[in-house]
Design a protein around this ligand. Structure first.
Ligand code: NAD
Length: 257
C-alpha cells in the first residue's frame, strides 16, 4: 500500500509482533513503508523464530527480547535504544494478555490474580514504556497503544478485556495531559476485530467477526494493513494536533447503534 505519511528520519519502537497476522506487523510495515527505522521486540526464545524474519524483512537494526513481566527486560530494551540511537521518535504498544480461564469467564467470575495480570501486561506496561521513553524524546514524540470498542460498550465474550481496555484508554488521556509539556503525543488506536493469535483466546471470535462484518456500514472487516496506515499517521508530525483521543481504524463499526 502506498504511504500517505512521511516518517523518513524517524526512529520507532514496535512491541507486539507475534507473527505475520499481528496488528503490530501491519503497523511496522506501514511505519517502514513511510521511511521509519524500527526497533522490534519479540516475547521470548519461542517467539523469536516467528518475529525475527519479519523484523529482518523490515531491515530493523535492533531486534531484542521483551517480556514486560520479566524484571529488567523492558529497561534493557530502552538501554539498547539509548546506546544505539540516543533518541526515539515514536513507539507502538500492541500487547495484551489475560489468563484463558479469566478471559473466557464472565467478568463477575474473574479472579483477582487474572485481573491484575491482564491490567499489568495490557495497560500498566504502557505507562512503564512511556516513562522509559520520555528521556529519549527530548524533541517530542508519539506513543500509541491498540484498543478495542469493548472499552466503551459491552461486547459479548470480551469479558475482562472490556475494563482493561477502558483503563488503557483512560491511561492514554492522562498520559497525554502529563506529557504535553514535553510535546509527547499519546494515542489510542481502536482497531476493528482481526483474526490474530490474541483474538483466538476470545470465546466465539468467529461469530464476533461475522456480527461486526454485518453491522459495519460497508460490511467489510478492517485489515492489519489498513490499521497500519492509521498507526503511521499517528506516528507522524501530521498528527500533532491530536493527543489523548481514540482514533478508530474499524471502517465505522463504532458509529452504528
Ligand atoms: P497478537 O497475538 O498478534 O499480539 C499480541 C502480542 O502481545 C504478542 O506479540 C505477544 O507476544 C504480546 N504479549 C503478550 N504478553 C506479553 C508480555 N508479557 N510481554 C510482552 N509482550 C506480550 O494479537 P493482536 O490482535 O495483534 O494484539 C495486539 C493488540 O491489539 C492487543 O492489545 C489487542 O488487545 C489489540 N486489539 C486486537 C484486536 C483484534 O481483533 N485482534 C482488536 C482491537 C485491539
Amino acid at each position: 500500500m502506498p504511504s500517505l505519511v512521511n516518517l523518513a528520519g524517524k526512529r520507532g519502537l514496535v512491541v507486539g509482533i507475534a507473527n505475520e497476522h499481528s496488528i503490530a506487523t501491519g503497523c511496522a510495515q506501514a511505519f517502514r513503508a513511510a521511511g521509519a527505522e524500527l526497533a522490534i521486540t519479540y516475547l521470548n526464545a519461542k517467539a523469536e523464530p516467528f518475529v525475527r524474519p519479519l523484523a529482518e524483512a523490515l531491515q530493523a537494526p535492533i531486534i531484542v527480547p521483551c517480556d514486560v513481566r520479566v524484571p529488567g527486560e523492558l529497561e534493557a530494551v530502552f538501554e539498547r535504544l539509548t546506546r544505539e540511537w540516543g533518541r526515539l521518535d515514536f513507539l507502538l504498544h500492541s500487547i495484551a494478555f489475560a489468563p484463558r480461564e479469566d478471559l473466557q469467564a464472565k467478568l463477575v467470575d474473574c479472579s483477582a490474580e487474572g485481573f491484575a495480570m491482564a491490567m499489568d501486561i495490557s495497560c500498566h506496561s504502557f505507562i512503564r514504556m512511556a516513562r522509559l521513553a520520555v528521556p529519549l524524546m527530548a524533541e517530542g514524540g508519539s506513543l500509541q497503544t491498540v484498543s478495542f470498542f469493548g472499552a466503551e460498550r459491552v461486547v459479548e465474550h470480551y469479558n475482562v478485556m472490556g475494563p482493561v481496555k477502558a483503563a488503557l484508554e483512560a491511561t492514554v488521556r492522562t498520559l497525554a495531559a502529563d506529557l504535553a509539556p514535553q510535546r509527547i503525543h499519546v494515542h489510542s488506536l481502536s482497531a476493528g476485530p482481526v483474526k490474530t493469535r490474541a483474538a483466538s483466546g476470545i470465546g466465539r471470535f468467529d461469530e464476533l467477526l461475522d456480527r461486526v462484518r454485518e453491522r459495519t456500514p460497508a460490511h467489510q472487516l478492517t485489515s492489519i494493513e489498513e490499521i497500519g496506515q492509521v498507526a503511521a499517521f499517528l506516528a507522524s508530525d501530521a498528527a500533532v494536533p491530536l493527543t489523548g483521543s481514540v482514533s478508530y481504524a474499524d471502517r465505522g463499526f463504532h458509529i452504528v447503534a
